[in-house]
Design a protein around this ligand. Sequence first.
Ligand code: PLP
Length: 381
Amino acid sequence: MRVFLDNAATTSMSEEVIQAMLPIMREDYGNPSSIHACGRKVRAKIEECRKKVANNIGASIGEIFFTSGGTESNNMALKCAVRDLAVKRIISDPIEHHCVLHSLESLQREGIQIDLVRVDERGRVDYDHLEELLESSDAKTLVSLMHANNEIGTKQDLNRISEICQAHNALFHSDTVQTMGHFPISVEETKISFLSGSAHKFHGPKGVGFVYISSDNLLKPFIDGGSQERNMRGGTENVIGIVGLSKAFELAIDNMNERQAYIEDLRAYLKAQLTEKFEDIQFNGDHDGDYLYTVLSVSFPPSPKAGLLLLSLDIAGISASGGSACSSGAEKGSHVLAAINAGIDRKTIRFSFSHYNTKEDVDFLIEKLKALTPMKEMVEA
Ligand code: PLP
């Protein structure tokens, strides 16, 4: 038996998504830039997908650009904002995904001022500090704050950040890779300059995503080449991927409430089982406040087997994800756990769910954990 509890890393593709992609692989192989019928048919398909994606987040068609995934979308937003919109300063936080943090490091080397807003021990953004930072300079600023953290699941308040940005005339980018398709997001309701999405986080294919760029922001090409993606991104489109993304996104939006309720139950069940059966279990992030329901970041106490917990789970048939606060420098620790001061003597494992997981998966995990982490002593009634 293999139990997959690593859905924040990636998700399996839905059968409906695979079915939607097959005709593009088999029959509709025309190049969307060709002017003959084979090309035109595929071009129309891409534009249909763009329309669906745009409708699902309240955007206009011209504001959606297909990319190779979340990493490219975030790179595009940050780097083009600096190059084309005269942004001189970016305010972000220390728990962003590496595709944002490393982009910021590279922009800093080019002279852009980077300021990091404080986060608390649950990874929640300090909104007062954000305002202070915005008030401290007149430089044209972009605020880049992720919607939900991929390691600890803490979710930020997009509306509040958007309002703060508007009050200070700052642009706002949010890495929404973990929340797109899992929470309702509407650019009609929340004013935002850039958003990112990645198909493989919502049961679509890998290597395809999209970026929303609000029409107020006119950008030059990110990849020079042909005039694909309204000149923003040259190169023949990943049609198979785009069709898969759009189908997976549609399914995620249409079934969002049921999937959420189902996953919330599984997560609560795992939380309850862990707390009831094992010694000194803690949870990282805003686990009972504003959280990403697909993620449960569990902090296990020090014990003889804690160091090899992730490997032992893997051998036992469970795929999950590691993450530890760095102490020695020998092992490259998680920058997120370090930023929230998670205990360096403890062992963090991130379990992340999809609607394909079952209660039996959780029972299987609990059974395997019995040999790996200290259990509570059962008091006889
Ligand atoms: N941002 C966040 C928060 C993520 O979790 C990920 C994926 O792990 C990415 C960005 C990168 O997305 P992709 O794998 O599509 O490049």
